[in-house]
Design a protein around this ligand. Sequence first.
Ligand code: M6R
Length: 635
Amino acid sequence: MCGIVAVIGSRDAAPLLLEGLKQLEYRGYDSAGLATIEFSSQASNNGSLTCLRAGGKLVNLNSLVDRDGAPGQLGIGHTRWATHGKPEEKNAHPHRDSSGGLAVVQNGIIENHRYLRKELESEGVSFLSDTDTEVIPHLIARQLQLSLAEGMSPSGSILVEAVRKVSLELKGAYALAVIWDKTPESLVVARRQAPLLIGLGEGEFLCASDTPALAGFTRTILPMEDGEVALLTPLGIELYDIRGERQQRSPSLLNGLEDVVTKRNFRHFMLKEIYEQPEKAKLWVDRHLPYGLPASSPIAYPFENSFYEGIERIQILACGTSRHAGMVGAYLLEQFAGIPTSVFYASEFRYSAPPLAPNTLTIGVTQSGETADTLAALAMESRRRKSHGNPAFAPRQLGITNRSESSIARQVPNILDIGSGIEVGVAATKTFLGQLLAFYGLALTFASRRKSRSVEEITTMANELRNLPSQLFSLIEKHDQLSISLSQMFSETQNVIFLGRGINYPIALEGALKLKEISYIHAEGYPAGEMKHGPIALLEKRVPVISIATPGVVFEKVLSNAQEAKARDAKLIGVAPNGLAEEVFDALLPIPEVSEWMSPLFSVIPMQLLSYHIAANRGLDIDQPRNLAKSVTVE
Ligand code: M6R
């Protein structure tokens, strides 16, 4: 997390940095800062460095820049999500060396910062912040001193070399940008296991942690590879690998960012994104489920036959909402397509993966394509399979993402782009639906290839998916209204229980996560049958229970579990079709009576809208909830 923007060119850097940071605020918003350098004297070739930092959201930094000014055509900017040190001004980036002339912004975590800090302190360096980042400017300054002592003059070359050498001392993941007042025509950037892209603009070069920050200025980008360091000057880009070898690569073009990011007439991005779901579902259907495909190959996915062949087992690695989508996916892949499938928290899998099984497809699910735990788990799995040696254990990986230009697309050979469009609200909504649809497509394909389902069953599911966009459209309008009134009863609520079973258990988890994230109400999702084994002790009249009860193998069971809750005085809200069990519930959020397979695509809508309206009633910052960031690029 944290967002980095940097620029070197011929116009004022500060407005550009602020505009770029605005697009990156979803990566963190607890403080922000920038540093710029202006030529102060052509003769000495020195620049004068201005550094401004402000606690809180970007608007505070905007005011500071308006008030104090930040002149110069070279600059670096940062929006922070706190890891080391509280979210306050002294911990905001940029951080500087003891002279104040060298400034650094960083994304990631320097894992050996305590060791490095002690070493620097023993050399007399004083630290001004609690961050891991602050060691970096001091280490670079130390390296530069050595070069100057050897008689070298300040130059971009010695700066880039100093940053490269310091990179070798750092442990952990980072992306960083560095400026030095002795080299006002040099910007140095570097990355390891955290994303960084160079943008080639007109008369300027930019650098940022993510494409939205560049899209307003250029469409031509050069993603940096792991371990690379680059020197950007007004004349061009020099790219080096970690050994200092010069690298040559052609830039590529950014596509598909046209709809970046306006709220239109919606109060929040989250609500806009909930409303976009029918349109995004229609795009998916049009692209992947055109009429006329044979039942033997029901989905137009961009994979060769060999991609599907010989797979005996699937494992899904993901975090948060993406893991919930993976859980629905696992249900479909096992129960519909007949492939044994397991789902893991990526953060757990990294350190306690199960013993290797042959012929396994590993699927990483990440809307941002940048989640550090998911990327690291995929990389670890790939390494241990490669080192096994037996071809049956070779890595076979698929990434499901909303950002086909992100790190996962450079790491994993096969990518399914869910095509949901940029999601700005921190709480994932339309991308969850997109991830679910990706799994429906996989389940259909595997089922037809393995003949685990009849042609009729496959055709029925394909047709149900084709009907989804129009059904979603009316469902969202209806639930928007229903949730507005139902949300009133949550004004004093402190705890909520969500129940689901089978394919809807992950939707109960997702409902609880949405509510926690944006309303700060404590919520838990349980498999409905598990309530009586402990959580039922929590129930009393102030604890609402939201129960997903959709027709299928566990319908009656869920209703019994719901009644057990009602018998303990809990207010019972049902997410169920009309006319099947109204008498059981105190309130009903009705969804269409669809097949059990399809039900998660509908039951998630009331979860999203009810959470949204509960948080809106409380006047909370729905798109940027406290302590969260849209993409979690640290471990
Ligand atoms: O970008 P990813 O899908 O990998 O993100 C994973 C989680 O951080 C994410 O789903 C998080 O749980 C969301 N804020 C949920 O709304």
